[in-house]
Design a protein around this ligand. Structure first.
Ligand code: EPZ
Length: 424
């Protein structure tokens, strides 16, 4: 297992360009299956979730080439309509291919996506919605088969929860269905708008993204385009937290400030100064961080669950007591036990965690067990006195492009130690 070796205590100082959004590029690459021809997707981050997505595209019959941050997908010929079991296990968000595969081929087959490190991750909202388009669904223990018994027809769908993935799958299924689809209580994340912007540039007719109701007028076909993915708001906020914890100053270029607005009040309550200019977004940390009364994760535009672990790491070195409430996933506190190894003072009970700030953290040997929890351990290592080893960083490499290179360029002392599996 590869690992990071970090010598903490270095202030972050400098600027960095933020990578393309993982949670945008995955559904957009899946959406290329709906488009006959060659799509050119730019600003794709070099992360392992994109590698896994490319494997699925090639399995389906697409010809895919990649030149650094550009992925070129020729989906003229689609030969299969299943997502292989190993790839479903490698990346459960592969479920977002469902709508695109059904929209293109009229059928699909995937293995039941297991839970993951942060919760059970059911897909009932996806299945209930897709069934309403006239798709027969046959569930067994390990496999789910889908078959459109007639041409897909638009429907009205009221989501009981604004699920990001379910909203994306409904949009993908509805794009080339006959008639109009209306989604109420739809997710409002910027990644949904980015998916819609890509599809609309291909000739789709989607409106209302970013609000609670999305309307999709089905079209007969979509044409390929070149499209640039939005920047990753969670990666941006992660590096903001790193600057805050090391009492540094960071300028992020290429960010969309509006996408970061849900986390700004938390950093400002902790005493950070945030300014926005043509140069980008700059965060200047205070000499001492103040505690944050309550961080409650909510669907966008609320505080993002994907920043919960990283902000919890920040509150461990804030003066005073902070309270974190995780309302989206039922077990997204696996990073707590590892943060305690740095000398943090955290009490987690159910969906609530109470963090009592300490004067300083001490370097520790810790193990990442999920993407954002792993990032929070790196942040703690940057702030801690002494050396930290973060093991099993494959989780982090799923979503952060060259994290050690970026942090080193900002003044941190962090190196990646490649270890093959034989080293354990
Ligand atoms: C997306 O996951 C993101 N992943 C997640 O980011 C993010 O945490 C999540 O949205 C919430 O913002 C991608 O975009 C690839 P949901 P998704 O459907 O679509 C429940 C990261 O770190 N639910 O909005 O799976 C579910 O269990 C990842 O980048 C159902 O009950 O999230 C969860 O409690 C982690 N039934 C809640 O809704 C369903 O059918 C939110 O899930 C679907 C979801």
């Amino acid at each position: 297992m590869s690992r990071y070796i970090i010598n903490g205590g270095h202030r972050i100082y400098g600027r960095t360009k933020i990578q393309g959004s993982k949670n945008s590029v995955l559904p957009i690459l899946a959406a290329t299956v709906l488009v006959r021809g060659t799509s050119v997707i730019t600003n794709c981050p070099e992360i392992t979730d994109v590698d896994a997505t490319i494997k699925i595209l090639r399995h389906l019959g697409c010809r895919v080439t990649r030149e650094k941050n550009t992925v070129i997908v020729d989906s003229s010929v689609i030969e299969k309509s299943d997502i292989p079991d190993d790839l479903m296990r490698e990346m459960r968000s592969s479920v977002v291919f469902l709508g695109a595969i059904i929209g293109r081929t009229g059928k699909a087959s995937l293995s039941t996506p297991g839970g993951c490190e942060i919760g059970l991750r059911p897909i009932d909202l996806h299945l209930d919605a897709i069934q309403r388009f006239g798709v027969n669904i046959h569930e067994e223990y390990a496999k789910i088969e889908f078959e459109a018994v007639k041409p897909l027809e638009g429907v009205n769908i009221a989501l009981s929860f604004p699920s990001v993935g379910a909203t994306e799958n409904i949009i993908l299924t509805a794009c080339t269905a006959k008639g109009t689809t209306v989604i109420t209580n739809a997710a409002r994340e910027p990644e949904i708008s980015d998916l819609a912007d890509y599809l609309n540039s291909c000739g789709a007719r989607i409106s209302g993204t970013g609000e609670g109701t999305i309307i999709i007028e089905g079209v007969s076909e979509l044409h390929p385009v070149q499209y640039k993915v939005i920047p990753d708001r969670i990666v941006a906020a992660t590096y903001m937290a790193a600057a805050a914890m090391t009492h540094g100053k960071i300028t992020l270029s290429g960010v969309v400030p509006a996408h970061i607005s849900p986390v700004m009040p938390v950093f400002e309550e902790a005493g950070c100064d945030i300014s926005i200019s043509s140069d980008g977004l700059t965060l200047t940390a205070p000499p001492y961080l103040r505690s944050v009364k309550t961080i409650r994760t909510m669907p966008y535009p609320g505080f993002p669950t994907d920043m919960q672990a990283q902000i919890m790491a920040m509150t461990t070195v804030c003066h005073g007591t902070s309270v974190v409430i995780e309302t989206i996933f039922e077990s997204r506190y696996k990073h707590v036990s590892e943060l305690l190894r740095f000398g943090a003072k955290i009490r987690a009970d159910g969906r609530m965690a109470v963090v009592e700030g300490v004067n300083s953290l001490t370097g520790a040997s810790v193990i990442a067990s999920d993407l954002r929890g792993g990032a929070s351990l790196v942040l703690a290592g940057l702030a801690a006195q002494g050396t930290t080893v973060v093991d099993d960083i494959r989780y982090i490499l799923r979503g952060y492009e060259n994290m050690s290179g970026v942090l080193s360029s900002l003044g941190c002392d962090i190196v990646i130690e490649e270890r093959n599996s034989a080293d354990g």
